[in-house]
Design a protein around this ligand. Structure first.
Ligand code: GLN
Length: 199
């Protein structure tokens, strides 16, 4: 139902909550499709990296021959949006990686996995995000990471309880929380606009 001329946005479909992102992207007027292989990656204008489990995603990216193609496209400026495990995948550095865990990188930041702690593994909170109008977004946090520190080129878009939970560096966007699990598609709208601007 997307009109011609709408940006084609892929969702990395190795592992994680792919379907929810496809739905949210379609609601934000993007032509959304799953991406598993390098040929599919080549056909999209932008890419979402979903929530899930970053160690598994890292392994599967290698197994599917996707790690280098992903790094290459992110380096060359393809707009990319990572949620939760996807945020971890976009970090230049993980504070506490599992052995062998690698990231795509692209955002100059250090992240801490599962940072919000055991008693708070899963919660919802209203988060005010710079650049998103109409009030705070409903942040769903599930064993969520936070951003421990950012480099000079990284813009902080949101904090929760004093911890950075949304960032942007150029055409790369990342949130600790999962907007795809709510009916609020403003984060996907923001990303779709970034993809339109980059085309
Ligand atoms: N804790 C997970 C990880 O380290 C992320 C959880 C999520 O994506 N909801 O990858």
């Amino acid at each position: 139902m997307t009109a011609p001329g709408n940006p084609v946005i892929g969702v990395l479909a190795l592992q994680g909550d792919v379907r929810e992102h496809l739905t949210a992207l379609a609601a934000a007027d993007a032509a959304a499709r799953p991406v598993r292989r390098p040929e599919e990656l080549a056909g999209v204008d932008g890419l979402v990296i979903p929530g899930g489990e970053s160690t598994t995603m890292s392994k599967l990216a290698h197994l599917f021959g996707m790690m280098e193609p992903l790094r290459e496209r992110v380096r060359s400026g393809m707009p990319v949006y990572g949620t939760c495990a996807g945020l971890i995948m976009l970090a230049d550095k993980i504070l506490d990686p599992r052995s062998g865990q690698e990231t795509i990188g692209g955002i100059d930041m250090i992240v801490r996995r599962n940072a919000f702690g055991r008693q708070n593994e899963s919660f919802e909170a209203a988060v005010e995000v710079a650049g998103v109008e109409g009030g705070p977004v409903e942040g769903v946090f599930i064993r969520a990471p936070w951003v421990e520190s950012v480099g000079a080129r990284t813009e902080v878009l949101a904090e929760y309880n004093g911890h950075v939970v949304a960032v942007r560096q150029g055409s790369a966007l990342a949130t600790s929380f999962h907007p795809e699990l709510t009916g609020d598609h403003r984060m996907h709208g923001l990303f779709a606009d970034m993809v339109r601007d980059a085309r």
